[in-house]
Write a new protein. Sequence first.
Length: 318
Amino acid sequence: MKKCVIIGGMGLIGLNIADLIDEGVEVYLIDNLSSSSKMAKSKKEIYQKFVSKILKRNNLHFIKEDIKNADSVKKILKNIVPDVVIYLAALLASESEKNPVEAKKVIFEGVKSTINIMEEISKKYKLIYASSSYVYGDFEYEPADELHSKKPLDIYGFWKNESEVWISNYKFKFGEWLIIRPSSVYGIIDPRERYASSCIEQAYFNETVQLFYPEFICDFTYVKDVAKIFLKAAESDVSGEIFNMTRGEARTNKEFIEVLKKYFKNIKIKSHDDRLLNAPKRGALDNNKVNKLFSWIAEYGINDGIIDSINVLDKLFE
């Protein structure tokens, strides 16, 4: 890998991937910054501090652009001609329910356009697409493996699944592909303010932790584990595969907060009993396939992820 483009690269996963990539690789982070622009002022300042630290490396380049602007994206990709494209651009599940048209454009049409552009400008490349465990819909058994039926219940899962189908059936001439299904990714600093990420930050800054959907079950996966697999996928000869990538442990949102309490003794919690609209009933995912493909086992449990998040924040404020 000599040149890597990360679309949606200024988010939690993209920044952590970029931070791991060898300095001999030129990395281009394409993002419209729509998520970070919505952050509260105090959180935005922390995010900018985190970003500034990463972008000090000479091989990392930020390009502000919207994936929906196909002509502009084509000019950018034509100028770079990357050998790896990592597609992370998406709305969150909750955002997709509120903005279904935008969700289709970003999650589905964006990756289609990217592949069509790459097929036109490149003779050899690899596309890595970030899908989701939401493609399964309600889990019929646990741990859910890649052979589990796909019956998405919400807009987000529907377009992730449509993207998987389109990519896996596309007649590539020059490209290779991999599809990765992460689940409940968390870490700091997270401009999308995912649930677990927000809880850690709220506790760290002595804010009231908002416990939403207490009984909602997730397979919480720390971002550094996720980033390592995306990097392994980019550097490997593996292609044409779809696989889960999670911690492999089912925990409720309430259980996540119980672990968080161990590290913040004076934590303040406000519980909300509302239900998550159209959310599937989930649980643990099976990681045997990713383990076999990349000789990989998740390093971070919830305790490890929280401790590392605290350490990252502490270093930012040294």
